[in-house]
Design a protein. Structure first.
Length: 217
């Protein structure tokens, strides 16, 4: 089971947001965003921020760091190591099963991810047997989009996507390619872009807050 840090629900625990960090970060990186979002106490939202395993990353000279998968090339079509993506997706699926076993229904669970974490979220949610409340994919792209149609288990999914128009790490076009694949699958996908780099901005947080409230109310 993945280790994680959490931000407890203010009232009775009714919903969970599982938020996956980017390359080289940890669950602690996004932990401060939970109180900033200031969600209504009545929603009973608990935030779970898992830590990716520590592993060598090829493009960083084999340096060991927290990563959801290895990056062997900066070429976007080959950037995500598919085997590693599938292994991390399976580990995150265990966290989702744990929440369901604790009494939180799948339609009160949001799977969120930034950058590498977003790759895992977009890979896992369509392939789950459970229909989640939604997916939040920030400054990210998709692993093996050509396999989505054959592997998708979900007929319907609500997805919030946001990207920086000046992102030098994951070009916005990579996010749009993922968006197109998801829309072609018939999913309900919203797109937001902001004049920023590989980061999260205040305007984006406001949009995230509104979307979370709409999905978990």
């Amino acid at each position: 089971m993945l280790e994680f840090v959490e931000y407890a629900a203010k009232a009775q625990h009714k919903a969970t947001v599982i938020w996956l960090h980017g390359l080289g970060d940890s669950g602690n990186g996004f932990l401060p965003i939970a109180p900033e979002l200031d969600l209504p106490d009545s929603l009973g939202v608990r935030f779970v921020f898992p830590h990716a395993p520590v592993q060598p990353v090829t493009v960083n000279g084999g340096m060991e760091m927290r990563a959801w998968y290895d990056i062997k090339s900066m070429d976007l079509e080959n950037r995500a190591d598919e085997t590693g993506v599938r292994e991390s997706a399976a580990a995150v699926a265990q966290l989702i099963e744990q929440e369901i076993a604790a009494g939180i229904p799948a339609d009160k669970i949001i799977l969120a991810g930034f950058s590498q974490g977003g790759v895992i979220s977009l890979h896992l949610a369509p392939r789950l047997s459970h229909t989640l409340a939604g997916v939040m994919a920030l400054s990210t792209y998709m692993c093996a989009p050509q396999k989505l149609s054959a592997e998708a288990a979900q007929p319907a999914l609500n997805i919030f996507m946001a990207h920086g128009s000046h992102d030098p790490v994951v070009p916005m076009q990579a996010g749009r390619t993922a968006y197109d694949a998801l829309v072609n699958q018939g999913y309900e996908v919203s797109w937001q872009d902001y004049p920023m780099e590989h980061q999260v901005c205040i305007e984006e947080l406001k949009a995230i807050r509104a979307w979370l409230i709409s999905r978990l109310s």
